[in-house]
Design a protein. Structure first.
Length: 234
């Protein structure tokens, strides 16, 4: 797998001259996933703030593991100014944890999965690096979009992981709702799977030995999310 980071798209969404365009999600899916990430990161910060030794000023009293409102706590996405240092460094080497392909679709680094992560103060409290990847069939829109997070030591708790999953799933499922959740054994690991009324699925694995948190959403009939998690390589 080539882990060299592809050049970013320009502001008009086109790749620089001589560079093959990266696979992209349909706009409606991309917006839902950005909302999911924002909500999950917000609740992740809440969980981290409640740990011993955290500053009391960052704790939100009365917060439960389940999101209680629409996941818009972090506001609109932030775009890095030229030369600005990301709050969460993007480390493409983290994508070694993912398979090279799923069902003959290449798993490639995705700037869409990384854009919110690298500018997000909430994720910076949990992670020292992150990377995103996408596999998509443009003819059918079957896809899997994954975020691989390298966690800071002791940054995530069981309650924080539950909050992360709940908020992420709510963002992906949106108004269709979460119609089922399950704890499954996939690829020899415990994976939490959510099913949305809109047909999307979510997958979450906290691999503590590697300090990795891997979350993904998928859509379509090819079960790309399940195949991705069957073949994780931490």
């Amino acid at each position: 797998m080539n882990l060299a980071r592809p050049p970013r798209h320009t502001a008009d969404g086109l790749a620089p001259p001589g560079v093959s365009p990266l696979p992209r999600l349909p706009a409606t899916i991309a917006r839902a996933l950005a909302t999911a990430l924002a909500a999950a990161l917000a609740l992740g910060l809440i969980a981290a703030a409640c740990q011993p030794g955290a500053s009391p000023s960052t704790s939100l009293p009365g917060t439960s593991a389940q999101p209680t409102s629409q996941p818009t706590a972090l506001g609109p996405p932030v775009t890095l100014a030229p030369g600005q240092t990301p709050l969460v460094p993007i480390d493409p080497s983290l994508l070694k944890a993912l398979p090279d392909e799923v069902d003959n679709l290449s798993v490639l680094e995705s700037s869409e999965a990384e854009a919110d992560a690298e500018t997000n103060q909430s994720l910076a409290s949990l992670a020292d690096s992150a990377a995103g990847a996408l596999a998509i069939d443009p003819t059918t829109s079957d896809y899997v979009l994954a975020l691989v997070v390298h966690l800071r030591p002791n940054a995530l708790t069981d309650d924080g992981f539950q909050s992360w999953r709940a908020a992420y799933d709510q963002g992906v499922c949106a108004d269709s709702g979460i119609i089922a959740t399950a704890e499954s054994e996939i690829g020899g690991r415990t994976v939490f799977v959510g099913t949305c009324g809109n047909g999307f699925h979510t997958y979450h694995a906290w691999i503590q030995a590697s300090q990795l948190l891997i979350s993904a959403s998928s859509g379509g009939t090819r079960r790309l999310g399940e195949l991705l998690f069957q073949n994780l390589r931490p």
